[in-house]
Design a protein around this ligand. Structure first.
Ligand code: ATP
Ligand code: MG
Length: 652
């Protein structure tokens, strides 16, 4: 079915350009192109020399490392023989540098309760939790599942594991008992840390009950630590297994030194979002990951000492790991953390928080931006967002029209936007504008960070030319790269290292334009083949979203006897009636924007699109719906199962 060259046609033209404001550049961490060029060249040409200096400058070493990188594709080891500790780097190192009284976490709960923790206070809490874990019987190498609301105790629990060398496996607190049990069993977890309940849109969800159901099917779990968050009554506690946080953590000594750990000590396991199939348990280790999270944070978020930084992700995703916990805390940042939903009690909750805490850097996802657009500008206009100086996007491609809205409505046309491309597997941001130097173009994640050598190849592994897209690979090892799929070497090798030997296969398609900018073109699995032309989902979707009536769009291929595949589009709309007239208008709109070839054959109006819990559109399920097939495949990470049923009946 596929074009033998394996290249992807590029049809969307986007030439709006946004240079960084001069004021921004003047004070930026990376403030000249020459500075980036020099770093990039050094990391490429002298990998060991570059990362040796970075690691020595940005991490604390209890014992120095010897070799910088041992690369035995697909296995990498970094900073061999060195001893460090991620919790030390996030806490003690900042306290030693004089940031003890600086706020590390500024937290607001969904009901409006607040809490702040300085770096010294955060270290005390982490030390107490580490002492409690040790007392309970957890030691280095044990896996601890964390299924908690977004309270400060979630990063505290993560850092406590890191402090003693236990491996955390954070499970998003919306997952079912089945999904928790799967993850517990896959990782042989010895303990679960959870809470009595969770606030969501004003309601209390009984977390502990769900955990109990999971634990009935998790034979390896011996202990359960329970935080009291919602004050839920009659929480079931199993004698000998379950203990309350306030009984065993609060009374511990706050002097629990970080354990010196070998650089390659596993730090965490984290399951991917499940957009393309069953989630994979990605393994990251201590030193390389920690360094990558910190340096990418410094470069991309242009961190200054007085910033109030807010990443709206949940700690249950890699974005929360790298850019709520390990990156910003290693950099000594002040992080806002919010517990609840963006539309509780009203659709302006985020803007209320930005105004109240004078947030300077905001990092969120396209799915959130699309929701804000749908909810209406009036919620934004009510608030003073003048504290913001930098905006970020992660998780999916951001359609140019959503980018422009974000730039105007949230950024007041003065804040650079960093569209950051990366994955659970990559540990940290791989490609992104550097806000002080990059003239951004909506829809492009622009250029690779130092140390990242992308290669775009066709199915035979040959590099494709600038006019076409192909499979995005990474040609050289980098410190934050995954070290494996936990307990599944075979899947690790097959998934990432078999199709293109010696290079890491990302699973995404991309194109490099004539200026050297990269454009992510969607997933390899999602390419649509119309009459021998291979089209990227994102380009057709962006054309649809550029119509005023369309909020969100997802396109997939379905079988067509004549063309091979036909294009089926699912759209959510606002300000218009879903009818035949609009359907025709949208088809014509795409034809005008990007050409007849890309005109959708079917347009279906949907109330919502199926998404992962991390907010990504699940096209693989839509493929089945578009073909009239029963939906098969893993739906464990689907946000709302009822969405699938509703998609069957088109609104028009
Ligand atoms: P699974 O691997 O289980 O199918 P997933 O790939 O969605 O799930 P994540 O690691 O959470 O799991 O997401 C990484 C993916 O998200 C990337 O491979 C890419 O497809 C998409 N992505 C992330 N950031 C961007 C971005 N800035 N632009 C385009 N796509 C992005
Ligand atoms: Mg993936």
């Amino acid at each position: 079915m596929t074009d033998p060259s394996g290249q992807i046609d590029h049809i969307l033209i986007e030439d709006r350009k946004f240079p960084p404001p001069a004021e921004f550049t003047k004070r930026a961490v990376v403030s000249t192109q020459a500075q980036y060029d020099e770093m990039y060249a050094k990391a490429r040409d002298d990998r060991d020399g570059f990362w040796k200096a970075e690691a020595n400058e940005h991490l604390h070493w209890f014992e120095p490392f010897g070799d910088v990188c041992q690369w035995n594709a697909p296995h990498a080891k970094w900073f061999l023989g060195g001893k460090t500790n991620a919790s030390y780097n996030c806490l003690d190192r900042n306290i030693d540098a004089g940031r003890g009284d600086k706020l590390a976490i500024v937290w607001e709960g969904e009901p409006g309760d607040t809490r702040t923790l300085t770096y010294t206070e955060l270290r005390s809490e982490v030390a107490k939790c580490a002492a409690a874990l040790t007392q309970i019987g957890i030691s280095a190498g044990d896996v601890v599942s964390i299924y908690m609301p977004m309270t400060p105790e979630l990063p505290i629990a993560m850092l406590a594991c890191a402090r003693i060398g236990a491996i955390h496996s954070v499970i998003f607190a919306g997952f079912s008992a089945e999904s928790i049990a799967d993850r517990n069993n896959d990782a042989s977890a010895k303990m679960v840390i959870t809470a009595d309940g969770l606030y969501r849109r004003g309601k209390v969800l009984p977390l502990k009950e769900t955990v109990d159901e999971a634990l009935a099917k998790s034979p390896t779990v011996e202990h359960c630590l329970v935080l009291q968050r919602t004050g839920t009554e009659n929480v079931p506690m199993t004698e000998g297994r379950d203990v309350w946080w306030h009984d065993v953590v609060d009374s511990q000594s706050d002097d629990f030194p970080a354990v010196p750990l070998d650089s390659e000590t596993p730090l965490f396991i984290l399951y991917t979002s499940g957009s393309t199939g069953k989630p994979k348990g990605i393994l990251h280790t201590t030193a390389g990951y920690n360094l990558w999270a910190k340096r990418t944070f410094d470069w991309v978020f242009d961190h200054r000492e007085d910033d109030i930084y807010w990443c709206t992700a949940d700690c249950g995703w890699i974005t929360g790991h790298s850019y709520i916990v390990y990156g910003p805390l290693s950099a000594g940042a002040t992080c806002l953390m919010y517990e609840g939903a963006p539309n509780h009690p009203a659709e302006d909750r985020f803007w209320d928080l930005v105004e109240k805490y004078k947030v300077t850097i905001l990092y969120t996802a396209p799915t959130a931006v699309r929701a804000f657009i749908k909810w209406g500008d009036e919620h934004v206009e009510k608030h003073d967002l003048s504290s913001l100086r930098l905006l970020g996007s992660v998780g999916e491609g951001i359609n140019p029209e959503a980018w422009i809205w974000y730039h105007k409505m949230i950024g007041g046309e003065r804040c650079p936007i960093v569209d950051t491309w990366w994955q659970t597997e990559t540990g940290g941001i791989m490609m992104s504008p550097l806000p002080g130097i990059t003239a951004t173009i909506p829809g492009s994640c622009t250029t690779p960070l130092p140390g990242i050598v992308p290669a775009i190849v066709d199915e035979a592994g040959n590099v494709v030319d600038a006019q076409h897209g192909g499979m995005l690979c990474i040609a050289e090892p980098w410190p934050g790269m995954l070290r494996g799929i936990y307990g599944d070497e075979q899947r690790f090798v097959e998934q990432y290292w078999s199709m293109v030997p010696g290079k890491y296969l990302t699973g995404d398609n991309a194109r490099k334009d004539e200026h050297g900018f990269y454009w992510i073109m969607g997933r390899i699995d999602d390419v649509i083949n119309v009459s021998g032309h291979r089209l990227s989902t994102i380009e057709v979707e962006s054309a649809l979203v550029s119509h005023d009536a369309v909020c969100e769009a997802a396109v997939v291929g379905r079988h067509d006897d004549l063309k091979g595949q036909a294009i089926a589009a699912f759209v959510t709309i606002h300000n218009r009636e879903p009818n035949e007239e609009l359907r025709k208008e949208l088809k014509l709109h795409v034809r005008k924007q990007i050409g007849a070839l890309a005109q959708p054959d079917d347009i279906r109006f949907a109330a919502t699109l199926p998404k992962t819990r991390s907010g990504k559109i699940m096209r693989r399920l839509l493929r089945d719906v578009a073909s009239g097939r029963e939906v098969v495949g893993d739906t464990s990470t689907l946000e709302d199962l009822s969405v699938l049923a509703k998609l069957g009946d088109d609104e028009a």
